[in-house]
Ligand binder design. Structure first.
Ligand code: NDP
Length: 327
């Protein structure tokens, strides 16, 4: 496992990390979560991603209990959480990044995680109704209170991120240092284009999500929706449209010969492809069982095999050449 700087920040994250969306509490209890986290940690993972909204707060509870059970030295790992959607249905607690919500939100997360501090906090989505300046001050204050060390954004427009950085600069506040964008073979427009200036000029880091497009890129949906898969979960039925999209499935199938040539699985190939991007600080992987963690961690061995020629072949499968020709 290699460790990459989170952009220009001093902290380093394992190139593969592990997140709890969908899985913790819905598919994995404390024991299963601890087993998966342990498999990831053994492989060198030092960053575990979470959010207050995951499983309505229960994902943080499960991770907190798992960490307690695992008993790792606190300095050896990083934990994150994120705020925006909230857990309570009142006017100031839903879909917001207002100061009160953020300063109260962190306390709830720390309680559920049974931690004195988290390492990274994210604004999970932009809030067009709260001034960016208010959010920047609140995130700065959380860091000054010692409840987190670094803060960042998730799926914000590049222009809003630049504004946040400039506000922080002007007032000598802690700046946001990383984005959490979706990035996989199907979803690369924002990461690849919109954010380029952020990485190059502002040294922004990135913790990218859904490297397998929720499992689609593992090939498991090639002949229908397996019973024990994410898309079969009742509350994630909205994923079924994507998992049965014939155009997408054809592209996944077209990757098979490349995976075969490299002697790896489709999941490993797809995760390794994300790792090839130098602006990726860490690829957050997800898993519902320990075998998947073992398999996915080996993507680090596949990444060096992705030569420019293979990357071009992959790009052609996903229509990238065509897109550039049209510009
Ligand atoms: P993936 O796209 O990699 O999907 C993970 C899921 O795919 C697993 O839970 C499992 O589902 C299936 N899977 C994983 N590995 C394999 C394998 N080797 N073979 C077959 N199936 C496999 O990642 P996630 O969508 O889970 O995202 C990763 C993390 O990113 C999240 O946990 C979260 O921390 C973060 N995230 C952040 C978001 C944001 O807005 N900031 C949004 C979404 C995620 P199953 O077995 O159930 O089919």
């Amino acid at each position: 496992m290699e460790y990459r700087h989170l952009g220009r920040a001093g902290i380093r994250v394992s190139e593969l990390s592990f997140g709890s969306w969908v899985t913790f509490s819905n598919q994995a209890d404390v024991k299963a979560a601890a087993d998966m986290m342990s498999a990831a940690y053994e492989a060198g993972v030092n960053f575990f991603d979470n959010a207050e909204v995951y499983a309505g707060g229960k994902s943080e509870e499960v991770m907190g209990a798992a960490l307690k059970k695992l008993g790792w030295r606190r300095g050896s790992y990083l934990v994150s959480t994120k705020f925006y959607w909230g857990l309570f249905d009142t006017v100031n607690e839903r879909n917001t990044l207002n100061r009160k919500r953020l300063l109260e939100g962190i306390n709830g997360s720390l309680q559920r995680l049974q931690l004195e501090y988290v390492d990274l906090i994210f604004c999970h989505r932009p809030d067009p109704f709260t001034p960016i300046e208010e959010t920047v001050w609140a995130m700065h204050n959380i860091i000054e209170q010692g409840k987190a060390f670094y803060w960042g954004t998730s799926e914000w427009a590049a222009a809003d991120i630049v504004q946040a950085i400039e506000i922080a600069d002007k007032h000598h506040l802690h700046k946001p240092v990383m984005e959490q964008p979706q990035y996989n073979l199907f979803e690369r427009a924002r990461f690849g284009k919109e954010y380029t200036r952020l990485y190059q000029e502002y040294g922004y880091g990135s913790t990218t999500w859904s490297p397998l497009a929720s499992g689609l890129l593992s090939g498991k949906y090639n002949s229908g929706i397996p019973k024990d898969s994410r898309a079969s979960l009742k509350s994630y039925s909205w994923l079924r449209k994507q998992m049965t999209d014939q155009d997408k499935l054809a592209r996944v199938k077209a990757l098979e010969p490349i995976a075969k040539e490299l002697g790896c699985t489709l999941a490993q190939l797809s995760i390794a492809w994300c790792l090839k991007n130098p602006f990726v600080s860490t690829v957050i992987t997800g898993a519902s069982r320990v075998e998947q963690v073992h398999e996915n961690m080996k993507a680090t061995e596949v990444a060096p095999k992705l030569t420019p020629e293979i990357m071009e072949r992959i790009d052609r499968i996903f229509g990238i050449e065509k897109e550039e020709d049209e510009e």
